[in-house]
Design a binder for this molecule. Structure first.
Ligand SMILES: N[C@@H](CCC(=O)N[C@@H](CS)C(=O)NCC(=O)O)C(=O)O
Length: 213
C-alpha cells in the first residue's frame, strides 16, 4: 500500500496520482497542504524538510519527495513496457522528455501562468509578466506540438511517463482564461488523455479552492 500526503488540487500531487492510477496501485491519500495545512508539523517536516507535497511512503519504505523522483521510482518498480522501458537507451529518451516536460512546460506554466491567472487577485495581476510567461511557455508548446504531431505521444508512439509529466498541466492550460494559439496535435492528444480514467479522476479536478477573487 502506498501512502500519499498531498491535497488533490496540487499539480504535483495530480501527476503522481495519475501515475498511481495508470499503474493500478493501491493507495491511501491524505489532504495536506494549502488550506488543509498539516505540512508544517514536526511529523511532516521529519518526512520532508521542505514542507511541500507530495510525499509518499511505499509500505514501510523511507519517505520520498520530489515528484520527478517519485514518478521514476513508481515507474521503475511497477511500470512495464514503453511506459518506462528496461532498456537504458530507450528509457533515457523517455526520461529526456519527462525532465523537459517538468522544467520546460510545468515550471513555465504552473507558477507564472496558472498562479497569475487563478491564484492572484485581479488587481495584483501583472499582465505584462503574464504575456512574457505565455511567450516562454509557447516556445515549449511549439516543440511539443511538433513532437506529438509526428509521434502521437510526447516521447514516442506509446503512452509513457513523459506524458504524465507533460499532460497533467493540460487540463488547467485548456481550462483557464488565457490566449491560446492553435495546437491541433496537442488538442487532439489532450482529448485522448481525457478518455483515460486515471486522468479524468486525478487531473480533471476543480481548482476552485485555489482561486483568489
Ligand atoms: N519540487 C517539488 C515541488 C513541490 C511543491 O512545490 N509542492 C507544492 C504543491 S504543487 C506545495 O507543497 N505547496 C505548498 C502547499 O500546498 O501548502 C516537487 O516537484 O515535488
Amino acid at each position: 500500500m502506498i501512502r500519499v500526503w498531498g491535497r488533490k488540487t496540487s499539480s504535483n500531487v495530480q501527476a503522481l496520482m495519475w501515475c498511481i492510477g495508470e499503474l493500478g496501485l493501491e493507495y491511501e491519500r491524505f489532504d495536506i497542504g494549502h488550506k488543509y495545512g498539516g505540512n508544517d508539523t514536526p511529523e511532516f517536516l521529519a518526512m520532508n524538510p521542505n514542507g511541500t507535497v507530495p510525499v509518499i511512503r511505499d509500505g514501510e519504505g523511507q519517505p520520498l519527495w520530489e515528484t520527478g523522483a517519485i514518478l521514476r521510482y513508481l515507474a521503475e518498480k511497477y511500470g512495464a513496457g514503453e511506459f518506462w522501458p528496461k532498456d537504458g537507451e530507450r528509457r533515457a529518451q523517455i526520461d529526456k522528455w519527462t525532465e523537459w516536460a517538468k522544467i520546460g512546460v510545468a515550471m513555465n506554466f504552473t507558477a507564472p501562468v496558472f498562479w497569475m491567472v487563478v491564484r492572484t487577485a485581479a488587481k495584483d495581476q501583472d499582465l505584462q509578466a503574464l504575456e512574457k510567461s505565455l511567450q516562454n511557455l509557447n516556445k515549449k508548446l511549439v516543440i511539443a506540438e511538433a513532437q506529438i504531431a509526428q509521434q502521437g505521444y510526447l516521447a514516442g508512439n506509446a503512452f509513457s511517463l513523459a506524458d504524465i509529466q507533460f499532460g497533467h498541466s493540460l487540463f488547467r492550460y485548456f481550462d483557464i482564461a488565457i490566449e491560446r494559439p492553435s495546437y491541433p496535435a496537442i488538442e487532439q492528444y489532450y482529448q485522448k488523455l481525457t478518455q483515460r480514467p486515471a486522468f479524468a479522476e486525478h487531473v480533471m479536478v476543480s481548482y476552485d479552492e485555489l482561486r483568489v477573487v
